[in-house]
Design a protein. Structure first.
Length: 722
């Protein structure tokens, strides 16, 4: 390689000696940098060459002359990875062309002496480069040889250690290990594997792997084995049973791996077996206990739902039938004879139910308590489900002997039947539960078939029940008022407060839709207090509007639950005082049926309220079975005749029997100093007849339908006055 062409600068040219030295180093770096293997940048490489250039300049002008420094420069180039021959050639060219030009010493030396010295420096540099390169090469070769020897020694030691470890693992492993060829011939087994198969190695070594098939082997197990011995997979793991020589079953976690030779060709198969027989038996026991009822031994809720899910996901054309059984009056057995006797009764019932479901497509399970289910599957469950329910009721008909007593067991059954794939298990069980309670309500000891419309009504009732508590908090209830008209003068005498529910989904609901639910859940107490507060507040607002409204009274209904609530009196007093309403402006209506057979404890709060001046009205009078003589002991001041007495007055002429009954009740009430209010007045004829009979007040659609409070006196009551 030729040195780069540079414009020659005389030795006495411009620049200091250091400037000329740096210029020489720059020319040198540009010449050899492309041929180096250094990790330095060109600028860093130039800085590396600068002290080497200074050594050459010093050696060029030294007295006496010594070329040895040039040998060190050559060795430094090798150390900097400038080992390519082009790097040496370019260096010698740069030294020959530019060393004297840029680094000439004192002019006392002639040009010929400088050139002679430069030539000797080139020879020394080349010699130092060659020697350093040879030493480096020898060192690298020695290092490679040492590494190869060390690697071979380590490999031999590792192989020996590996074989020792394998032998220790093979012989002392807690799992069974065996090696066989690809044809399945067993070549070697360890002691643990021999013990697992009975302790005789000959019985294991003489058998082929394919002879260890078991009836419970899955097709997948032998498919994987075939793929392995063909070299299509390197390993697989399965849970596999083996038959021992004594006929017992050995359950294992089996892992089979393929061993290949140096060329990668399949050579052997290695099997590792873990004995899981005891664990499997324990799991089966735990599974049984988890899926069967501890008392009766029947499948429990968990196993039943597994079977039901399977039945509901069956293919086209398949059907299911479910019988949901609840024993009638079982609580009475527990309460009278004790839980131990009750448990024995359940065991006997379970045995009888089990005898009713003997087909492979039928099962009986206990869901809990005295609730049982029977499931039948197949294409003809429409008939089979009804027959199964009939067999169950027949089996329960025979009395059960318990502690010397003959106990007659009755049950109510709800049947749900249909095609698979249309409903999930939760829907099916909910429908069966609803249907069973329908059978129980109908008297029990019978079965009922599921009715989608009845299910929908029951689900709606449940939805209303769960929504009741939050409905009161969200202010979804409101009150409408129906006027009470004085039959003597036709003026509005008061109003009855009727609560309504503005349901977000079902719209406005009347009290018949939710009051029974509120009583069942206990919410009737806070709801009744809210109604009382709103009605009393409204009555006070009417009275404050002036004499045109008169001393309006407000009627509020009390449920049986409210009657027995200990805070009835105190709550009523608190509400009246809070609104500033006189007790005489409030009338509490209690149904006749709620007071049938009422004792003094139940009547005590009503008497306290009556003594305060609050009127007590006996609502729906005439619909119950109370003795009329009881009116003397009830703290009531108003009788409200049920609308059934006014229906006969709608026809013309009026039913004379109804007229006589109403006359008799009015006469009796007035003799006891009780006022009489009649409900359900729908025509002017009825109103006139009731006025002539002597009834005091009336209410009904003839006067007005229930409405908002501001419409109370905007009603068209002129015709009612006559």
């Amino acid at each position: 390689m030729k040195p780069p062409t540079e414009a020659p600068v005389p030795a006495d040219g411009p620049g200091s000696p250091d400037d000329r030295l740096r210029r020489f180093a720059t020319i040198w770096s540009r010449a050899i940098f492309p041929a180096t293997s250094t990790s330095m940048s060109r600028t860093e490489f130039e800085q590396y060459l600068l002290p080497l250039a200074r050594e050459l300049r010093t050696a060029l002008g030294a007295r006496p002359f010594d070329p040895a420094p040039a040998q060190r420069v050559g060795a430094a180039l090798v150390e900097a990875h400038c080992t390519d021959t082009d790097a040496l050639t370019s260096t010698l060219g740069v030294v020959d062309a530019y060393l004297v030009l840029y680094c000439a010493p004192d002019p006392a030396l002639s040009t010929e002496d400088c050139m002679a010295r430069c030539a000797r420096l080139q020879h020394a540099l080349a010699a130092g480069f060659a020697r350093a390169l040879r030493e480096r090469t020898l060192a690298e070769q020695e290092a490679i040889a040492r590494s190869a020897l060390s690697a071979r020694t380590e490999a031999e030691e590792a192989l020996h250690a590996s074989e020792a470890r394998f032998r220790a693992v093979f012989e002392g492993a807690a799992v069974g290990i065996g090696i066989a060829d690809l044809a399945g011939n067993v070549l070697v087994v360890n002691d643990r594997l021999t013990q697992m198969f009975g302790g005789v190695e000959r019985e294991v070594r003489t058998r082929n792997v394919t002879q260890w098939a078991h009836p419970e082997d899955s097709h997948e197990t032998w498919r994987l084995y075939g793929e392995l011995v063909r070299g299509e997979r390197d390993h697989y793991r399965v849970e596999k049973p083996f038959l021992r020589a004594d006929g017992t079953v050995l359950w294992t976690n089996l892992t089979v791996s393929l061993l290949r030779d140096a060329e990668g060709e399949p050579k052997y198969q290695l099997s590792v077996m873990e004995d899981i027989t005891e664990r499997r038996l324990l799991n089966l026991r735990l599974r049984y206990e988890a899926t069967h009822d501890a008392l009766t031994g029947l499948p429990n809720r968990t196993l039943f739902f597994e079977r039901l899910e399977k039945a509901l996901s069956a293919g086209p054309g398949q059907r299911f039938g479910l019988c949901y059984l609840d024993l009638d009056g079982f609580k009475a057995v527990n309460d009278s004879l004790g839980h131990s006797s009750g448990d024995r009764l359940l065991v006997e019932v379970a045995d009888r139910l089990q005898s009713c479901a003997t087909a492979s497509s039928e099962m009986v399970a206990r869901l809990g308590g005295d609730e049982f289910v029977a499931l039948t599957t197949g294409p003809d469950t429409q008939r089979e489900a009804v027959e199964l329910a009939g067999r169950i009721l027949a089996a329960l008909a025979t009395p059960i002997s318990l502690d010397g007593r003959e106990i007659v067991v009755r049950g109510s059954i709800g049947i749900v039947e249909g095609p698979a794939g249309e409903r999930d298990s939760a829907e099916v069980l909910r429908s069966a539960d609803i249907t069973m309670y329908r059978a129980k309500t109908a008297g029990g000891n019978r079965y009922e078939l599921a009715d989608p419309e009845a299910d929908a009504r029951a689900i709606t009732r449940h939805g209303l029940t769960t929504a009741l508590p939050t409905a009161l908090e969200r202010g979804e209830f409101f009150i409408e008022y129906q006027p009470l008209v004085h039959l003597g003068n036709g003026r509005v005498n008061g109003a009855e407060a009727l609560v309504r529910w503005s349901h977000p989904q079902h719209g406005v609901l009347g009290p018949d839709r939710f009051i029974p639910l509120a009583e069942h859940t206990g919410l009737i107490v806070p709801l009744g207090r809210w109604v009382l507060q709103e009605a009393v507040r409204q009555a006070r607002a009417w009275q404050e509007r002036g004499p045109d409204f008169g001393p309006l009274r407000i009627n509020v209904n009390l449920s049986p639950c409210q009657l027995s609530h200990p805070g009835l009196v105190s709550d009523t007093v608190e509400v009246l005082e809070g609104a500033g309403l006189a007790p005489g402006s409030l009338c509490l209506e209690v149904t006749e049926s709620a007071l049938i057979g009422a004792d003094d404890d139940l009547l005590k709060p009503l008497r306290q309220l009556a003594e305060m001046g609050i009127d007590i009205a006996l609502d729906d009078f005439g619909t119950g079975y109370s003795n009329l003589a009881n009116l003397r002991r009830l703290p009531v001041s108003v009788l409200k005749l049920d609308r059934s007495f006014t229906r006969g007055m709608q026809q013309h002429p009026a039913d004379p029997v109804d007229l006589k009954i109403v006359k008799g009740i009015v006469s009796l009430a007035h003799s006891l100093e009780l006022a009489v209010t009649v409900e359900g007045v729908e025509t002017g004829t009825q109103a006139e007849q009731l006025r002539e009979i002597g009834c005091d007040t009336a209410q009904g659609w003839y006067y007005a339908r229930p409405g908002p409070p501001e419409q109370l006196h905007a009603l068209a009551l002129v015709d009612a006055v006559g």
